[in-house]
Design a protein around this ligand. Structure first.
Ligand SMILES: [Fe+2]
Ligand SMILES: [Fe+2]
Length: 186
């Protein structure tokens, strides 16, 4: 990696290799969190725990909808619900992993889970209401991920990149659900 040439006497923009190595040794116990970590770690962990709760609630809701839709002979919709459930579960795992990398503790406690979650758990009593509730939840998730990404800015690019990938998936989910609703209307 080469740094941009600087006017004489100015400090180069990139830390020199000795400084990077010294800083890496200073706080070895902090794992992935180095002194160059610019974000407010406690806030990031708190936000990620809310996102974790959201993903768990969404997994549970999609699971419920999967089993109930199966019962009313809507195989195509059920398959979509199952796929979404599995993807929300993966998001939960990715988020929990990142929380531990940041030195935090992922909160899997069932106590207060629904309160920590941004999206709601709504059972739904018909195929249409299930799809509608899932779409509402996805739109809430999309907005809250977008806010978190804006909050992080350039201060924690790893968390930001992860959230951007999850956001793209939630947008895909919302699109799938909108198409299912259109199909139902036909
Ligand atoms: Fe998700
Ligand atoms: Fe989703």
């Amino acid at each position: 990696m080469s740094s941009v040439p600087q006017p004489s006497g100015r400090k180069p923009f990139l830390s020199d290799i000795q400084t990077l190595r010294r800083r890496a040794r200073e706080h070895i116990a902090q794992g992935a969190v180095t002194p160059g970590y610019l974000a407010d770690r406690d806030t990031v962990v708190k936000l990620l725990n809310e996102a974790l709760a959201t993903e768990i609630i969404c997994t549970l809701r999609y699971k419920r909808h999967y089993f109930m839709a199966k019962g009313i002979h809507a195989e195509g919709v059920a398959a979509e619900f199952l796929e979404h459930a599995q993807e929300e579960q993966q998001h939960a795992d990715q988020i929990a992993e990142r929380i531990t990398q940041l030195g935090g503790e992922p909160d899997f406690s069932p106590d207060g889970l629904a309160t920590r979650s941004h999206a709601e758990y709504v059972a739904g009593d018909s195929l249409r209401s299930m799809i509608e509730e899932d779409l509402v939840a996805e739109r809430i998730a999309i907005d809250s991920y977008r806010e978190m990404i804006n909050y992080l800015g350039t201060e924690d690019s790893t968390t930001r990149r992860m959230l951007e990938e999850i956001l793209a998936k939630e947008e895909e989910h919302a699109d799938d659900l909108a198409s299912l609703l259109e199909d139902l209307a036909r």
